[in-house]
Design a protein. Structure first.
Length: 253
C-alpha cells in the first residue's frame, strides 16, 4: 500500500525564488487498486511520483510504500517499487534481453529467476520478435515495452507508471493498458499518471486531480461524476482545477 501524508516539495530557483512543486498532498492507494493521478504539465504529478519512488526527498510531510518510510528506509522502498519514468532512456548498444537482465541483476535476482521472469514478461508484452535486437533500432513502442519490462523484472508489489502510453500508436497503447489492468487484477498496487482521460475511464478505480501542486479533487469515477455533475472526465478535470482560465494560467507559469 502507498500512503502519502501532507507531502510537500519545494525547490529554489535563481530567478523565481522558492517554488512549491507539491503542496500538502495526501492520498492512499491500496493493493488491487489503480489510482489515477491527473494534472496538466507542471501541476506536480511527476514530482509526487518521484517522492514516492525515493528519487527526491520531501521538504515536508511523509509517505510510506509497502510499509516502509520513503525517507527513513529508501532502500527497502525501492525493493518493492517499479517506477516507469518518462525521462529514463535505454542504452542503445544493449539488446532488450541484456537491458532487462541488467536491471534484474541490480535488483539482486539470480540468473534462473531473471530467465523465468523475463519469459513471462516477454509473453505478456509480446516482445519475442525484438527481445534479442539492440535497443538503438527500436520503435517507440518497442522502447516502451522494454522500459516496462525492466521496471517490473523484480515483480514489485507497487507499480508507478508516469505517462506510459505517451507517443505510442493505438495498438501498442491498448496492449500496455491491458497489461496495467492485469497487474491490478493480480493484486498489485498501481499509481497511473496520464493526460489521456479515456485511459482514466478504462483503468482507474480512484482518481486524484492535482493542480498547482495541490490535490484539488479525489474520488471514484462515480463520485467525481456526481460531485461535478458531469459524465465526461475531461469536463470533470476542467471544473476541478477551476476552469479553462486556471489551466491557461498554470501552463503560462
Amino acid at each position: 500500500m502507498i500512503e502519502a501524508h501532507h507531502l510537500t516539495k519545494t525547490f529554489k530557483d535563481k530567478k523565481r525564488g522558492l517554488i512549491a512543486a507539491v503542496r500538502d498532498v495526501s492520498f492512499t492507494c491500496r493493493p488491487g487498486q489503480i489510482y489515477g493521478l491527473l494534472g496538466a504539465n507542471g501541476a506536480g504529478k511527476t514530482t509526487t511520483l518521484r517522492l514516492l519512488a525515493t528519487l527526491l526527498k520531501p521538504t515536508g510531510g511523509s509517505a510510506t510504500v509497502a510499509g516502509h518510510d520513503v525517507v527513513a528506509a529508501p532502500e527497502l522502498v525501492r525493493t518493492h517499487v517499479g517506477f516507469l519514468a518518462a525521462s529514463t532512456a535505454l542504452y542503445g548498444r544493449l539488446t532488450a534481453r541484456e537491458m532487462i537482465t541488467y536491471f534484474g541483476q541490480l535488483n539482486g535476482m539470480d540468473a534462473a529467476a531473471i530467465k523465468a521472469r523475463l519469459k513471462v514478461l516477454s509473453a505478456e508484452l509480446d516482445m519475442g520478435e525484438f527481445l534479442d535486437r539492440r535497443c538503438e533500432k527500436f520503435s517507440t513502442g518497442m522502447k516502451q515495452k522494454t522500459s516496462i519490462a525492466r521496471t517490473l523484472i523484480h515483480d514489485p508489489a507497487v507499480m508507478i507508471f508516469d505517462e506510459p502510453t505517451l507517443g505510442l500508436d493505438v495498438m501498442t497503447a491498448r496492449a500496455i493498458v491491458a497489461f496495467v489492468r492485469e497487474c491490478r487484477n493480480r493484486g498489485k498496487t498501481v499509481i497511473y499518471s496520464t493526460h489521456i482521460m479515456s485511459e482514466v475511464e478504462k483503468l482507474c478505480d480512484v482518481a486524484g486531480i492535482i493542480h498547482d501542486g495541490r490535490l484539488v479533487a479525489e474520488g471514484t469515477l462515480s463520485e467525481l461524476r456526481a460531485r461535478y455533475a458531469e459524465a465526461d472526465m475531461e469536463e470533470i478535470f476542467v471544473k476541478a482545477v477551476g476552469g479553462e482560465a486556471a489551466i491557461a494560467a498554470a501552463l503560462k507559469n
